[in-house]
Write a protein that binds this ligand. Structure first.
Ligand code: SF4
Length: 165
């Protein structure tokens, strides 16, 4: 059975920076859960950050730039937490490889999990196009990454992967 890596906060784990979860109650995620497909991971907690923790944003680009050493993660107070984010992304990749995962559904707009957009590093709520660090690392390693608003697309990829085996 094809497994799916999923952001832990999307399946109800209270691992967000503010101590909450991001459970959406989407029927499709529930079904995948019932089918035993979901492998939950929170890269930031895996990288050693606590709950709750200060919010962080990417300064100097997006997750790709962080992986290339050109961008970094900072909290609003200016603490550099880049190493924890990169380490968390590496953990997520390790988990994905362990389960031979080819598809991930990650929480939108997160500096780790965002697949399309992230906040722009100004802590003013402004978004920019770009990926979080984990989304970028998974994509670099051939894993299809979607956010929770793209479940139709994710389901199509899942079907294709199951068809080709
Ligand atoms: S790092 Fe990802 S899984 Fe963890 S709380 Fe943030 S969005 Fe959710």
């Amino acid at each position: 059975m094809e497994r799916i890596l999923i952001s832990a906060c999307l399946v109800g784990q209270k691992v967000r920076y503010d101590g909450e979860d991001s459970k959406t109650g989407q029927e499709r995620i529930e079904r995948w859960h019932q089918e035993g497909r979901l492998v939950a991971v929170c890269p930031e907690v895996a990288g050693g950050l606590g709950v709750p923790r200060p919010a962080a944003e990417i300064v100097g680009g997006d997750g790709q730039d962080v992986l290339d050493g050109d961008g970094r993660l900072v909290t609003e107070e200016g603490e550099d937490v880049t190493d924890a984010f990169v380490s968390g992304a590496q953990h997520a990749l390790k988990v994905a490889r362990k389960h031979q995962i080819r598809l991930a559904v990650l929480k939108s707009k997160s500096p780790s999990c965002g697949a399309r957009q992230i906040y722009d590093g100004s802590f003013t709520g402004v978004r920019r196009d770009g990926m979080g660090v984990t989304a970028a690392l998974l994509r670099r390693n051939g894993i299809a990454v979607f956010n929770e608003g793209e479940l139709d697309e994710a389901a199509r990829v899942l079907q294709r992967l199951e068809d080709v085996g």
